[in-house]
Write a protein that binds this ligand. Sequence first.
Ligand code: PLP
Length: 401
Amino acid sequence: MTAPGIVPQGESGSAELSALRAQFPIIAGHPELAYLDSAATAQKPQAVLDAVQAYLTTTNANAGRGTYTWANRTTALVEETRDRVKGFLGDPDPAESAVHFTSGTTEGLRAVARDWLPRLLADGDEIVVPVADHQANISPWLEARQQLSGQGVRVRVLPMPYQQASGDYDHTALASLAGPHTRFVAVTHVHHVYGGNMNIHRIREAVGPDAVICLDAAQSVGHLPVSVAELDVDFVVFSGHKAMALPGSGALWARQARGPAFAPGGWPGTPNTVGIASLHAALDWLEAAGPDRIERWTVALAARLTDRLRHLDAYEILGCRTSVAAGSPVQQRQGIVTFRHRDIDSGDLGFILFSHGFMVRSDGHCQGGAGEKADSVRVSLHVYNSMEEIDRLLSVLATLG
Ligand code: PLP
């Protein structure tokens, strides 16, 4: 594997950043463009592309189905990647936990809802659903409730309370909402619109020691340290493609300590072996780069954008209007900043920004029905972005004010 360069600590245009950007062929090949849409999908380092090529040119076979060398190597790769996921998540008890490969967060959350949740719940139980989070973390739980209701099992949905001004969960309101029948809580680690780290410790405090917590880590794995030794959650679900692996890969980690053991339902079919190979390489790359250093850099980029943008009157920042300042109600803004222009439609703003070389996301961001009612522009950052890109973006935004 190519060793990642040192993650820059704040110097714009530093040699370290150039070396790091050079590891991403699509970034290095397009210096005139700024990719600011990593929450949608992350770009891939050469090490991941090499691992995919190496797998397909030396090993490609099906997993768990043959006795010859390539098949055995593929089976071993799948098992090693399971261990890799556990290691990457700092699993303190890997002998007890399980990793199931999925096509991404959507499929992972759906697997928990479809294959496991109905086995946990009984008539009269309650589940907490984060109604202003990504739709992928809302629909599966409502569908599970519907399915149970068809079997005569009535489950109450408690909509997760939010603090409107910060986009964070309202932990105090959650604590008074949750009771002894609250068995399951779906939460998100980093909000895909508001960018806040949702402070999972406070969720555990609010719901007590017995409730199962399922963490949508789509926007945190690969961006900051995610340690299941520290977070008292039962499931962690993430997408490979947002963590620098190929689309169609992802993982669901299950602690197997509260409620029944997770087991995927139905016949599994052929796993996405190329995706799994890419996930292994991506987690290696991210670990060598250091999730803590990636977090420091992307938080610094987002802080610069937030703290300057809020002084431009034409813009409204969604969620917390400050970055990481002391007293901020969100634990920490990560590398996601979403905003609207007072007069320019968000779709038009996206086109204008692209005419200046900036690739951003502009629409409703698949947010659930209790979220924002109007579209917005989202800038989402990764380790390959530079301060210079942020400053150029701010200059263009200032001219539109
Ligand atoms: N959850 C969150 C917080 C997301 O941001 C996304 C995608 O943007 C998803 C879930 C769904 O991920 P995927 O489309 O990779 O399944």
